[in-house]
Design a protein around this ligand. Structure first.
Ligand code: GDP
Ligand code: IMO
Ligand code: MG
Length: 420
């Protein structure tokens, strides 16, 4: 029996979907524990491409997939994703936590309204209602999945929440008037459709652990988007680190056997906020084009830059990463020279940690080590077959982070994966 967590170590889009799909072959359960439909996980199997925002990536292999209590669930997206899988001939096995919070239409409107209000200072959110929904959860004003099955409770809650939301929208200069009856009708209808999937996932997962089942916990976003440890306030609104896997699933910390950190061979970020190694030149463009760095959820171009080992040291420490899955190594093919950030220079000093002050982080200058590039990693099926320079790149990362790279991904497809 093993319980493994797979988490993003940068600003999301590291290739978690691909890695989870690859690793879940022997898993019984694949579990999402935080985030919501802000995520976009892409899986390529043969000619088929799947994009998931809410469902765990294990659905493709027919695993039992769990949406944990820490996720914020948009019923519309949930039902849509199930529907589109069915159309493709996959009957998903899904359980959704009765304790998960629900993204309501006013959350999505407020997400957009807050961003418009912030203007230049906006976060660049996915506008999926994530921040407003988690805010309500923490403020104890959230609607939970279980509430969708209890019309009176739902009505009661909405009657007290809606007037406040209307006032808030007014402040942002947006008008909305949701009718309680209409909302109750729509969301109890969602509840009826979701009922077969709604369950006490905490009991289910802990029973599975007692029975010796294999569980894979699938993170969304990445450590630098964590609300505590990321580039706050330019973060998402949940704990994306491995610790979030416990609070978001009800699996106790002592039951997690292994934490796998997914590291993209370079850095990307979508949305606003500091990105110390960002490249606004031809190389940045090259990474964006070769890597197909356009958001799965919003289609926005991702900002690209060199690998940042200061960031990785931070995320590997906080998440207790045991081993690294290194993805998109092929995207660095053809570069004469590759740079890696090993420190930050600020105010005449060299820093080796990520500063908490966002203004400082915005103004650090990366200190780079230069490594030789390589022609192509494609075709390599073992670590030994990789070009010497690519092996050196991997060894440099391992030594700097004192963490082994156990998996190297050289393409989006399942089979373009090397186990070291
Ligand atoms: P996630 O959010 O971490 O699951 O990552 P995304 O799916 O949003 O973004 C990763 C993108 O890179 C997807 O389009 C994947 O199909 C693709 N991808 C994953 N691994 C590799 C790889 O090793 N090489 C290349 N070229 N593409 C990859
Ligand atoms: P996956 O799981 C990349 C970013 C948004 C924005 C910030 C806050 O595919 O790696 P939010 O809508 O969460 O309030 O937006 O977080 N963001 C992501 N960036 N990958 C993701 O998910 C992301 N989910 C949110 O772009 O900067
Ligand atoms: Mg993504």
């Amino acid at each position: 029996m093993t319980v493994r967590a797979v988490i993003g170590t940068q600003w999301g889009d590291e290739g978690k979907g691909k890695v989870v799909d690859f690793l879940c072959e022997d898993a019984d359960y694949v579990v999402r524990f935080q985030g919501g439909s802000n995520a976009g996980h892409t899986i390529k199997v043969g000619d088929e491409k799947y994009k998931f925002h809410l469902l765990p990536s294990g659905v493709v292999r027919g695993k039992t997939c769990v949406i944990g209590n820490g996720v914020v669930v948009d019923p519309e997206v949930f039902l849509e994703e199930i529907d589109s899988l069915r159309k493709r001939g996959i009957e998903p096995r899904i359980m959704v936590s009765d304790r998960a919070n629900v993204i309501m239409p006013y959350h999505k409107i407020l997400d957009g309204a807050e961003e418009a209000y912030l203007g230049k200072k906006r976060i660049g959110t996915t506008k999926r209602g994530i921040g407003p929904c988690y805010s309500d959860k923490i403020a104890r004003k959230g609607i939970r999945v279980a509430d969708l099955l209890d019309e009176n409770l739902l009505r009661d809650k909405l009657e007290s929440i809606l007037p406040i939301k209307e006032k808030l929208a007014e402040i942002y200069g947006v008008r909305f008037d949701f009718d309680v009856d209409e909302l109750v009708e729509k969301y109890t209808e969602y509840g009826r459709k979701m009922e077969p999937y709604i369950t006490d996932t905490i009991a289910e997962l802990n029973r599975a652990i007692r029975e010796g089942k294999n569980i894979l916990l699938e993170g969304a976003q990445g450590v630098m988007l964590d609300v505590d440890f990321g580039t706050y306030p330019y973060t998402t609104s949940s704990n994306t680190i491995s610790g979030g896997a416990c609070t978001g699933s009800g699996i106790p910390p002592k039951c997690i056997d292994e934490v796998i950190g997914v590291v993209k061979a370079y850095t990307t970020r979508v949305g606003m906020g500091p990105l110390p190694t960002e490249l606004k030149d031809e190389i940045g463009k090259h990474l964006q084009e070769r890597g197909g760095e356009f958001g799965t959820t919003t289609g926005r171009a991702r900002r690209c830059g060199w690998l940042d080992l200061v960031v990785l040291k931070h995320s590997i420490t906080i998440s207790g990463v045991d081993k690294i899955a290194l993805t998109k190594l092929d995207v660095l093919d053809g570069l004469r020279e590759i740079k890696v950030c090993v420190g930050y220079e600020y105010d005449g000093r060299i820093m080796d940690t990520v500063p908490s002050n966002i203004r400082i982080l915005e103004n650090v200058k990366p200190v780079y080590e230069k490594l030789d590039g390589w022609k192509s990693v494609s075709g390599a099926t073992t670590f030994e077959n990789l070009p010497r320079e690519a092996k050196n790149y991997i060894k440099f990362i391992e030594e700097f982070l004192d963490t082994e790279v156990f998996l190297v991904s050289t393409g989006a497809e399942r089979e373009k994966t090397i186990i070291v």
